[in-house]
Design a protein around this ligand. Structure first.
Ligand code: COS
Length: 378
């Protein structure tokens, strides 16, 4: 039922504006206001704070359906529910949830900010610093964050910096890393450069500037100095969302190619009946099904981890993202090939899927990082 609901929304509301938003790099903020009406933006927040918890497979299905039409909106949503809301649900105090989870289940948008110019894959190499103020009421944050999805659209950020007063700081590589909840209006916080990107162009990716940014001590999320595990755990969760996004991209590209191959004729018959195209389509469908099974398996593992105390789902999440990301890229490339010249122009959506697919092999941990995580479990 939810798959159909989201598919309807995507095919009507998102499909109508995605080309223009992609061309002009417009964030989907007005589409978000409509989406909020469906009540699916609080699925990782407890009911008492205005949320509507839904199981993890359904979360993946929602992202998959959004990405099948609009991969930019899918990541906008995935970061809001996964990296921001879920992290606050897992580590927030009652007061923090009353204040922020409530806003995030209203119309506010959430973001997550870990990466920096010199700390992407090597996340522990953060250089953003936090220092306790003399009166002990605030942490004062300084530094520059990068690659922040929803960077400009967001109202609330889960952001990581190193507390220099923490005993482990400078001892362990990730010593002092702490998670903070930041409001866009905080003094000393500003949104910096918006990136001009190859794909997912309707998702705003920005830098954030922290210039003596004053963050109340009650906005520390989890314990001071324990932020690296929070960051890694959040990525275990959200990588399933990116895998679902990749799955949706592959599905959207496949459907466009499949349809076209039945309509387009060469040598007196639809190209779908030429064996080389038939083989492509069969392989695409098979890869997509395999990716789908890995994504849903990871979602089940995640749910078992939180609800039944099952083992951590890092390996399953990384396998899903690795395979689904490669599937999205491979399927989108084959879709362009099947459409030929028409695959190379903006009249058909496969050109956009092709550009959008690439990022799923890069963000929230490159494919190389996923292999590293998997290898550590072997
Ligand atoms: N969940 C909870 N805690 C975790 C964890 C996880 N999945 N993975 C690691 N940790 C903890 C470890 O237990 C360790 O804790 P202690 O210091 O208490 O022992 C700590 O974190 C450091 O772990 P580790 O030594 O494995 O860290 P590394 O610096 O070697 O980093 C990788 C490991 C490469 C896996 C990590 O840096 C990573 O995921 N990088 C990619 C980051 C990323 O995805 N960036 C994109 C951001 S979104 S655009």
């Amino acid at each position: 039922m939810i798959r159909e609901l989201v598919r309807d929304f995507a095919e009507s509301t998102l499909a109508a504006t995605i080309s223009k938003r992609d061309d002009e790099q417009i964030a989907p903020t007005s589409e978000w206001q409509e989406f909020v009406e469906l009540g699916l933006h609080g699925i990782t927040v407890e009911e008492q704070y205005g949320g509507m918890p839904i199981d993890d497979v359904v979360e993946a299905i929602i992202i998959e359906e959004l990405a099948r039409v609009d991969p930019s909106f899918a990541v906008f949503y995935a970061v809001h529910v996964g990296l921001c809301c879920k992290t606050i649900t897992l580590h927030g105090t009652h007061e923090q949830k009353e204040k922020y989870a409530r806003r995030l289940t209203g119309t506010d948008v959430g973001a997550y900010s870990l990466s920096e110019a010199g700390a992407g894959t090597d996340a522990a190499a953060l250089s953003c610093k936090a220092k306790l103020s003399d009166d002990g009421k605030h942490y004062i944050l300084n530094g520059l964050k990068m690659w922040v999805t929803n960077g400009d659209s967001a109202d609330i950020y889960v952001l990581f910096a190193k507390v220099v007063d923490y005993p482990d700081y400078g001892v362990k590589k990730h010593g002092g890393v702490t998670a903070f909840i930041i409001e866009k209006e905080f003094a000393g916080f500003s949104v910096g450069k918006k990136e001009d990107k190859l794909g997912i162009r309707s998702s705003d990716t920005c830098s954030l500037e922290l210039d003596n940014c004053m963050v109340p001590v009650e906005n520390v999320l989890g314990e001071v100095g324990k932020g690296f595990a929070i960051a890694m755990n959040a990525l275990d969760n959200s990588r399933i969302g990116i895998a679902a996004q990749a799955l949706g991209i592959a599905q959207g590209a496949f459907e466009a190619a499949n349809k076209y191959s039945k309509e387009r004729e060469t040598f007196g018959k639809p190209i779908a009946h030429h064996q080389m195209i038939t083989a492509y389509l069969s392989d695409m469908a098979t890869q997509i099904d395999a990716a789908r099974l890995l994504v849903y398996r990871a979602a089940v593992a995640k749910q078992k981890h939180y609800e039944e105390g099952g083992p951590r789902h890092s390996k399953e999440a990384s396998m899903a993202k690795l395979f689904a990301g490669d599937t999205a890229m491979w399927v989108a490339e084959k879709a362009v090939q099947i459409l030929g010249g028409y695959g190379y122009v903006k009249e058909f959506p496969v050109e956009r899927f092709f550009r959008d697919a690439k990022i799923t092999q890069i963000y929230e941990g490159t494919q190389e990082v996923q292999r590293l995580v998997i290898a550590r479990h072997l």
